[in-house]
Design a protein around this ligand. Structure first.
Ligand SMILES: [Zn+2]
Ligand SMILES: [Zn+2]
Length: 356
């Protein structure tokens, strides 16, 4: 089974616009599938590759995009059962065989495959990916398949951070930065029963968070650290939640957000670092010791967690539509520029439009 005539948009050099590219004939290996892409989310990480010069593991030129949903249109000999299925491709696909995978730490697998980083990704009409770890979308799904693409990273990465933090009904969860990642985090934590605080500097994002799970929203731009801390602690007290220590999620990926998140740590607190920035901040690490607190990060999410996250979306506990905007794949160069300039603030999903 070969797929001819596919096209995508690739990054040729850092700082240059994405360029239309006719993909060569695509043929799946035995353990691979070819997807007809339904949608591909545009992530901060793509901007990092294209603008900040963070090197892709497979050298440029490369088709970016790692938040992919689609339908399997060709499958290798060992992957035939996937043919015709609708799927979400995990952003990070572990090898399943190395010591890290065997030890139950698939997110740190050194042989992992990330579309749009280790090979051509989803800013395309078709993409070739390993069949391992694909997340099946049930035929009964009432949501358009392209909307589900953002589950591949923007939903599952906070999902994994929240799972590791063991969030439950006796917790107070605080999200610093409630754009794509944090906005989904707020909804997941609320669905698990936690009382949720949303902190941001953007009034629109806070308004959306208030509609989708946040019990308290705080605009941190006019507030100093002390007032912010007081407001969060008063909310925690009034919420009546019994667990000791706030569970704080840094989902802004900005130095200011990281400062804020660290400053909110209280006795027995927990800090999850979900956002990424290449910048450094100055902090007193000994606060962890003095507060008996904990900080940890996670690189993506193991594929075996995807079905549970998808289920929460399909049951309507996580709203995707208000957090995204759809654009045609062929607008990719201009839309990507707009994301870089921050003139688009919602998460963009690129959707190939079938030719009339
Ligand atoms: Zn990403
Ligand atoms: Zn591995």
């Amino acid at each position: 089974m070969r797929i001819e005539g596919a096209h995508g948009y690739r990054l040729v050099a850092v700082g240059q616009p994405l360029e239309r590219f006719d993909l060569p004939t695509l043929e799946p290996g035995p353990d691979e599938v070819i997807l007809e892409v339904a949608g591909c989310g545009v992530c901060h990480t793509d901007v990092g590759f294209a603008v900040d010069g963070i090197p892709t593991r497979k050298p440029l030129p490369l088709v970016l995009g790692h938040e992919i949903s689609g339908r399997v249109v060709a499958a290798g000999d060992h992957s035939a059962s996937w043919l015709g299925r609708s799927v979400i491709v995990p952003a990070v696909i572990p090898c399943g065989a190395c010591p890290a995978c065997q030890a139950g730490r698939p997110t740190v697998c050194r042989n992992q495959f990330m579309p749009g980083n280790d090979g051509d990704g989803g800013f395309a009409t078709h993409v070739r990916v390993p069949a391992r770890g694909l997340c099946l979308v049930p035929e009964s799904s009432a949501l358009p398949l392209e909307l589900l693409s953002v589950i591949a990273d923007a939903v599952t990465t906070p999902w994994e951070a929240i799972r590791r933090a063991r969030i439950g009904p006796d917790d107070v969860a605080v999200f610093v930065g409630v754009g794509g990642i944090g906005g989904f985090g707020v909804q997941i934590a609320a669905a698990l029963g936690a009382a949720v605080v949303a902190i941001d500097i953007d009034a629109d994002k806070l308004e959306l968070a208030a509609k989708h799970g946040a019990g308290l929203t705080l605009n941190s731009s006019p507030m100093n650290e002390r007032d912010l801390k007081t407001a969060v602690r008063n909310f925690a007290k009034q919420s009546g939640r019994k667990n000791i220590g706030l569970k704080i999620f840094e989902t802004s990926g900005s130095p200011a957000g990281q400062q804020t998140a660290f400053s909110l740590l209280d006795f027995g607190g927990y800090l999850a670092v979900v956002g990424y920035t290449s910048h450094k901040i100055e902090l007193r690490l000994s606060n962890l010791m003095a507060l008996d607190a904990m900080a940890r990060g996670n690189w993506g999410c193991p594929p075996d967690q995807y079905p549970a996250a998808l289920d929460l979306v399909l049951r309507g506990k996580i709203a995707i539509a208000p957090y995204v905007e759809l654009h045609s794949l062929d607008e990719a160069p201009a839309v990507f520029e707009a994301v870089v300039r921050h003139s688009i603030t919602r998460r963009v999903i690129l959707k190939p439009v079938s030719e009339p």
